[in-house]
Ligand binder design. Structure first.
Ligand code: AHR
Length: 513
């Protein structure tokens, strides 16, 4: 008898040890703030095989099916993903880009050297028309990053006029001559990129003045589109940068301030993208969680100058950054994408959603074949990464109303250091309430209890992304190794949802009446 009791106690202790308890409360009746769909934006730079080979294979390509040179498989995958906006042409490349070299007959376009990324020759065959037509095809809003570092005010204002002026100006006539009658009405404009670094190594004061100058001449040519000007923002916790911009730029000239944060182990050795250790995994998760601290820090400064929250914080570069795949060009930033990246994506999107009052846009770096890509290509083959699946599962939150949430989650511990294991966010739209949960814990499943306050629901369904190993990823040989499955493990009883979220997994639930 004694022995039975002892074994029972041991079983219970083991269960407690493996199943941590997370408690969440959702105030479903308090949904107010809209989660801007632009939080789910992407980024395509002339870098490595992002544009050439990844998105664009050339009009004459008979081996890879394409529309005006853009791969058909990419168009379909991006449509399915519901990409709300796409930032282009950089990154660092943007501040070297001469947009006029990328228009007109392709055979006549001047070439340049891509000094930032591998020193390769850029033939300008993918230019303004190709990009803006691609955005139309996939239903995404274009976000053009202007050259402030090495261009002129005239170059940038000409670009605005070329794409937005209805007719009668030299630039709009040139556009028509190049085959596009109607303007594209581009709203989102970046005034430079990383002005503190590759965009010109400027001081914040200097850049604030430059910004005012550029913004003055970048005017609205098309009454249907108010230009949405985005200032080149801080890196990580550089709060002084944000403070200088908020203080020195007249607010009527400033729609948004950017922020860049990459989850990187160290800039000298970023570690492998696949065969990482738990120590490296923990550090990556720590970096990913820091996004919350940076958003809070920059928002506090913005609140001081803009308490009404008219100016948005746009995280227009984020994601995991590792060493390049062995044998690939170090300047091309090509890396694999594992369940670790799914964890970065799920956690970061929860953070963005929960700060939707200030964070009204973001761009994952980058869309194809570069850094934390949603798609990888190899000649005619294409695969979707775990990050793609998370972005797609989470797209139920696009433009939905954020539900305020309170959460108590035990820590994921590694060698005495702790990180919150389960993150969550919730929103409501015409299909009910959607709840996204990401458990970054390397070893433990979490039993999650969600109290739905304010309303009654009777149905629950869900999807899960999980895999046997944290390093699992899709390859051209095994493209479905990591894929989304239906999840029926959530029980709804008397306004309380109960489910178990396995270690390193993402679950999105839908509850309705
Ligand atoms: O995304 C890669 C690079 O990272 C971008 O070009 C630059 O803006 C950032 O430093």
């Amino acid at each position: 008898m004694k022995r039975t009791i002892l074994s029972l106690i041991m079983v219970c202790a083991a269960l407690v040890n493996t199943l941590a308890q997370t408690k969440i409360t959702l105030n479903t009746d308090l949904a107010k703030t809209q989660i801007s769909k632009h939080i789910y934006g992407h980024f395509a730079e002339h870098l490595g095989r992002c544009i050439y080979g990844g998105i664009y294979v050339g009009e004459g390509n008979t081996r890879i099916p394409n529309t005006a040179g853009v791969r058909n498989d990419i168009i379909q995958a991006l449509k399915d993903l519901k990409v709300p906006n796409l930032r282009w042409p950089g990154g660092c490349f943007a501040d070297t880009y001469q947009w006029k070299d990328g228009i007109g007959p392709k055979a006549n376009r001047p070439k340049m050297v891509n000094v930032w990324w591998g020193g390769v020759t850029e033939d300008n065959s993918f230019g303004t028309h190709d990009f803006l037509d691609l955005c139309e095809r996939i239903g995404a809003e274009p976000y053009l990053a202007g050259n402030v570092g090495s261009g002129t005010v005239k170059d940038l204002t000409d670009w605005v006029t070329y794409v937005n002026h209805p007719g009668g100006s030299p630039m709009s006539e040139l556009r028509k001559q190049n085959g596009r009658e109607k303007p594209w009405s581009v709203k989102m404009w970046g005034v430079g990129n990383e002005a503190w670094g590759c965009g010109g190594n400027m001081t914040a004061d200097y850049y604030a003045n430059i910004y005012r100058q550029y913004a003055t001449f970048m005017t609205d040519w098309d009454n249907s589109s108010k230009l949405y000007r985005i200032a080149s923002g801080a890196s990580d916790g550089d709060y002084a940068w944000t403070e200088t911009l908020m203080k020195n730029i007249p607010h009527k000239m400033l729609a948004a301030v950017a922020l860049h944060h990459y989850s990187v182990l160290s800039w000298t050795d970023k570690g492998p993208s696949v065969d990482f250790t738990e120590a490296q995994y923990f550090k990556t998760m720590d970096e990913a969680w820091q996004m919350e601290e940076f958003i809070k820090g920059h928002s506090t400064i913005m609140d001081k100058y803009d308490p009404q929250k008219n100016i948005a914080l746009i995280v227009d570069e984020w994601g995991g950054w590792y060493n390049v795949e062995p044998g690939t060009n170090p300047g091309f930033l090509y890396q694999q994408n594992t369940m670790r990246d799914a964890m970065i994506a799920g956690l970061t999107l929860n953070i963005f959603n929960n700060h939707a009052d200030r964070v009204r846009g973001a761009n994952l770096a980058q869309i194809v074949n570069v850094l934390q890509s949603v798609i990888l290509t190899n000649e005619e083959k294409m695969i979707l990464t775990p990050t793609y699946h998370v972005m797609k599962m989470y797209n139920v939150h696009q433009d939905a109303r954020l539900i305020p949430i309170s959460i108590e989650s035990p820590a994921y511990e590694y060698q005495g250091k702790k990180l919150t294991a389960v993150s969550a966010s919730a929103s409501r739209n015409e299909n009910g309430v959607n709840i996204s949960l990401t458990n970054i814990d390397y070893t433990k499943a979490h039993e999650v209890t969600i109290s739905l306050r304010g309303e009654e629901f009777s149905k629950v369904s869900g999807q899960i992304l999980s895999s046997a190993k944290i390093s699992d990823h899709n390859t051209f040989e095994q493209p479905q190794k990591v894929s989304v499955k239906d999840f029926s493990g959530a029980r709804l009883e008397k306004g309380v949802l109960k489910l178990t979220v396995p270690a390193y997994s993402v679950i999105v639930l839908n509850v309705r009446k």
